[in-house]
Design a protein around this ligand. Sequence first.
Ligand SMILES: CC(C)[C@H](C(=O)O)[C@@H](O)C(=O)O
Ligand code: SF4
Length: 468
Amino acid sequence: MAATLFDKLWQEHLVETQPDGTDLIYIDRVFLHERTGSIALSSLQTDAREVFYPQQVFCCMDHIVDTYPERSDDTTMPSGRDFIVATREGAQAAGLTLFDLDDPRQGIVHVVSPEQGIVQPGATLVCPDSHTCTQGALGALAWGIGSSEAEHALVTKTLRVKKPSSMRVRFEGTLPVGVTAKDMILRLIASHGASGGSGHAVEFAGEAVAALSMEGRMTLCNMAVEFSAFTGIIAPDEKTIAYLEGRPYSPSGEFWDAACEYWAGLHSDDTAEFDSEIVIDCSTLEPQVTWGTSPQHSGDISAAVPAAETDDPVDSASRRKALDYMALQAGDAIAGQAIDCAFIGSCTNARISDLRLAAQVLAGRKVKEGIRAICVPGSMLVKAAAEAEGLDKVFRDAGFEWRASGCSMCFFAGGEHFGFQQRVVSTTNRNFESRQGPQTRTHLASPATVAASAVTGVITDPREMLAG
Ligand SMILES: CC(C)[C@H](C(=O)O)[C@@H](O)C(=O)O
Ligand code: SF4
């Protein structure tokens, strides 16, 4: 019978169906980060349990780490200290691979895993972090779990999961210049709602997805969870194979050939049926920017902030509240809103191609006086690669702070943050209330839009600056 890619991966990892209808799924890899992974590791120690297969467990320090370039030790970010120490000790005790703060491979978990070739097509991978879906871009079944599930996966190498339904989102047409994967996913969420993918594993397909770089595909899958999907997945192709070849954890020699042969079969069959399907035309897509406090509160950069009132009273109330919080009114132009800060970072948009795009806008330009602009590369390897190309100089000369890697101001967890009620244009994935600091007003956008806005001091369409 014709099967979807998701069905194939589910079936291959199905150990058994439980009496209550949930499935027991075999887990190939587990990632942990210090914020939630430390809880799983401490709990393991308390319960005197052992990790079943330590070679397939990897730990990152990313959430509450100091990102000043000269970072010294874990005490410089006091709120993160206990998490960092517990992760370090737990990883050592269990014999897990740890990308510690002084490791040149350190970075945000969803950047590090593909970069190292740890996530691979056809594998199941879990991490106690909702943006684990990012890694579905490589054709893996990767999803976010809770800390106690992580403990279970570490000990048993399985998880009980209710099988989600399947959805395919086809992005058709050719993306205009200056419009990116970030704009594609924001459009999907704006047009079908932040709960549009609820209960579904979403396969991203279509001409515009095939044309994306691997990093663009990661941006797309990253925000599958903002669409409330179980995960996002993209069938592996030649780009996936070229991306993985030669990475530290990729198979090599005869194993590489065997892996490539297996990966070639990982796609949805032509006649496979999805429980639901959405088609989005990318040929006329504009840069997208959020105006409210959910990724679904998003629209074309050339548009005005929409009216709060819709057919749905609950939605209308939430939009009214969002506009009030954001200090915006229906009819205000989105472009031209004065900002206080610009942030380029996070597992959504801080890979080398994101930094190159932003640098293209920033080259020969300056950040507007009074604007605080920060760039936090997604990993220390991204930072090193950017420095080897001289991108750090472009950012610094423009007036950006150039940081060490970590989640930084994507997520205010007691560490660093932007100031009270500051308006931030940001390449991150969440614009929830106080996400980047006390009552911060976040506008999500692509790296090009954030860079262009940093230069003018107001939300700005990057396309003219990219043109020359
Ligand atoms: C802290 C962590 C559990 C959280 C997540 O699950 O995504 C964080 O990474 C986020 O982006 O909000
Ligand atoms: S960069 Fe932001 S979204 Fe990504 S894992 Fe860190 S806190 Fe979560």
